[in-house]
Design a protein around this ligand. Structure first.
Ligand SMILES: *[C@@H]1O[C@H](CO)[C@@H](O)[C@H](O)[C@H]1NC(C)=O
Length: 661
């Protein structure tokens, strides 16, 4: 078993994700530093979840993201400019960069090549080498190292071009399967060098080893915005109708272009916000932030990252941004003689779109999905950097200040109007038992802990669900058509909307920010497996993400997974791949495609989708909900046709955390 000594504190991610034993005897030898003994790669195969979160789809894609992070480190260091990801026809994946190449010389202490050490020893990556490693900062969640990917791969091949030579080494389940071979020279015409990692995820570890090109594409798109000038390419060489071939991601405009894409189709409050970006750094923390205000947007859209990782749940950097905007705008307005009493932050932020990116040495991530930045020192730094830029902007652009102020005051007036509507909802929820919506088919159980509610679109699907359900514990709430897009509506409209009122009353929800008294432990969104179904699901998730985030946090929200096909008498299929496999077994069986839930017989719906003993449910976490929210805001201005193709492409992303319940 490979053991390695590491100084504790090089990475907080380490202590969070690995089993560590502190040995005081050796600690003395390193003076003040603490020593940690880490286990070898067998530990990773035994408990993969501790390193990559899960062995479901999210963990699977994490393997690619991990190698990508290494490649992006080369890009950020100015050593590489192009990264290629290829999904091969045989199920493997390659990631290559044109960077410096992993060193292949022999490590003085281990007697092994640096390459083998990086690939076979836990956390021996350059990222963990401290300030002299050449990498200033590393991601907290992804930074588990190439060795973890190697450990969880059935086979891996690493090719390095470095010092005019070509090297290759193969591995199987984390162990060397060949020696480090020199395989010739390479000429400088081929570029400066680089690393190419090809791996096949181990089917013994993962529930499924099939990569979703859209999940990878979404990450590459994000990285292209965060690394202006870099070219990222995704090639999907797999056969099948889903493959979209080769796609290139490059955004020379960086986060400013990112913010513009989020505002596409909206009208900016003032030209001064075009291209506006605040940048600066203090104490080794880098901050950049693109800010826009739109006239026709009634919430704030803040997309934040820390060390390249999406912080769906915000954190100290987002708190710093909020604080500085509230204070900055109020004080600028007072200075200009336009304001007597402060306007609260939530109104100042109405219509705001922000992309906030920080890089922090040794970041701390919090929460179940590590999607919240916890590092306390970041808040005042963001506050200072953004605050300075914003106050300059408003000093030189009084019209921009006036526009934001007008919007904020209008929001405050709308909130006052909303109060009466809100009070109505509050009264209704307090008296929930007497004013439950008429269309709710409640369950007979009075205890919320064993009760669940299915939110169903349309009357025919609701009909099947009502007949098929277990009346004791399962309630059905039909929604009619699309619910409101909460991003497009002022708060008072939301609380006055009949569908949302019914939803809130049925679930036992209070208004935003208040405690809820949930009438059902599980809230299951059951929509058709088509574009409209995906859209409605995204709208509901967006409402939860914006107005009832605790529900998602506390793990109450699920997505039902109805089958797509019925094959022969009683075999169901949930995917095209599975259908093809089933048809190989029974080539002559008739195939029925379910276009909507309404087409299923009540008994069919029960046995495939609702029966707790047999169904598959996906639990929604904050990252899933944030993704849905972002898609909805991306789509605000798009045409219906674009919206449809986008949602179809992305619909698999909504819930990546597979769990069987
Ligand atoms: C899969 O295909 C790729 C590309 O042709 C190749 O590099 C890799 O070695 C193959 N992997 C296996 C396990 O055959």
């Amino acid at each position: 078993m490979a053991l390695i000594l590491l100084r504790l504190g090089l990475s907080r991610a380490l202590s969070a994700t690995t089993k560590t034993t502190t040995t005081t005897a050796t600690a003395a030898a390193y003076g003040a530093g603490q020593i940690t003994v880490l286990e070898g790669l067998e530990a990773v195969r035994k408990r993969p979840g501790m390193y990559i979160g899960s062995t479901g789809p999210r963990g699977l894609h994490h393997l690619i993201f991990e190698i990508l992070d290494n490649a992006m480190d080369e890009v950020m260091g100015g050593h590489a400019s192009k990264v290629d990801v290829t999904l091969h026809g045989n199920g493997s994946c390659s990631v290559s960069d044109d960077g410096r190449g992993i060193p292949c010389d022999t490590h003085p202490q281990t007697g092994k090549s640096a390459l083998e050490t990086v690939l076979c020893v836990l956390h021996a990556g350059g990222k963990f080498g401290g300030s002299n490693s050449g990498y200033r900062v590393s991601g907290g969640l992804h930074g588990v190292g190439l060795s973890v990917v190697n450990a969880l791969s059935r086979d891996m091949e690493v090719e390095v071009m470095r010092d005019a030579e070509r090297f290759r080494m193969r591995f199987a389940a984390g162990n060397p399967a060949s020696s480090l071979e020199k395989c010739g020279d390479f000429s400088s015409e081929e570029g400066g060098g680089g690393t190419r990692v090809t791996f096949s995820p181990d089917p013994l570890i993962f529930e499924s080893t099939e990569f979703d090109a859209e999940v990878v594409a979404a990450r590459l798109e994000e990285l292209a915005y965060l690394n202006a000038g870099a070219t990222l390419v995704l090639s999907d060489e797999r056969s099948g109708g889903q493959s979209r071939g080769r796609r290139e991601f490059r955004h020379d405009g960086g986060i400013s272009e990112f913010a513009d894409s989020l505002c596409a189709g909206k009208s900016l409050l003032h030209p001064a916000f075009e291209g506006f970006v605040a940048t600066g750094s203090r104490n080794d923390v880098d901050v950049s932030c693109a800010l826009r205000w739109s006239a026709d947007q009634f919430t704030d859209v803040v997309v934040s990252f820390a060390n390249g990782i999406r912080t769906a749940d915000g954190g100290t950097h987002v708190e710093g941004l909020r604080a500085t905007l509230t204070r900055g705008i109020n004080s600028a307005a007072k200075k200009a003689g336009k304001l007597q009493t402060n306007i609260p932050g939530e109104y100042v932020r109405e219509g705001l779109t922000a992309v906030l990116v920080v890089r922090v040495p040794e970041p701390e991530f919090e929460g179940q999905t590590k999607s919240r930045l916890g590092s306390p020192g970041v808040r005042p730094i963001v506050d200072a950097v953004v605050g300075e830029a914003v106050s300059k902007l408003f000093e030189w652009q009084p019209k921009a200040l006036a526009a934001v102020l007008d919007k904020a005051q209008a929001a405050q007036r709308a909130a006052a109007a909303a109060k009466s509507a809100r009070d109505l909802v509050r009264r209704k929820t307090l008296l929930a038992s007497t004013v439950l919506p008429g269309k709710l088919a409640d369950c007979s159980s009075k205890s919320s802990s064993d009760a669940e509610i299915f939110i169903v679109e349309g009357d025919s699907a609701a009909g099947s669900a009502k007949q098929g359900r277990d009346r004791a514990t399962q309630a059905i709430l039909p929604l009619r058509g699309k619910i409101l897009n909460v991003e497009k509506c002022a708060t008072d409209k939301i609380y006055k909307n009949a569908e949302l009122q019914a939803l809130m009353a049925a679930l036992g929800l209070g208004v935003k920010g208040e405690d809820y008294k949930l009438r059902y432990d599980r809230i299951v969104i059951m929509t058709d497996a088509d574009v409209d179904g995906a859209h409605i699901r995204a709208l509901i998730l967006t409402f939860f993400y914006r107005y009832q985030r605790d529900l998602v946090h506390d793990g109450h929200v699920y997505i039902a997974c109805p089958p797509l096909y019925k094959i022969g008498k009683n075999v169901y299929s949930w995917s095209d791949e599975d259908l093809a496999a089933q048809l190989e077994k029974t080539p002559n069986a008739p195939v029925q495609r379910f276009k909507g839930l309404g087409e299923m017989m009540p008994a069919q719906l029960w046995e495939t989708t609702m029966d707790p003993a047999r169904r598959k449910l996906q639990r929604v976490d904050v990252q899933d909900a944030a993704q849905a929210d972002r898609i909805i805001s991306l789509l605000m201005g798009d045409s219906a046709a674009e919206r449809k193709s986008y949602i179809t492409a992305k619909s698999t992303n909504f819930a990546l955390t597979d769990i069987d319940v």
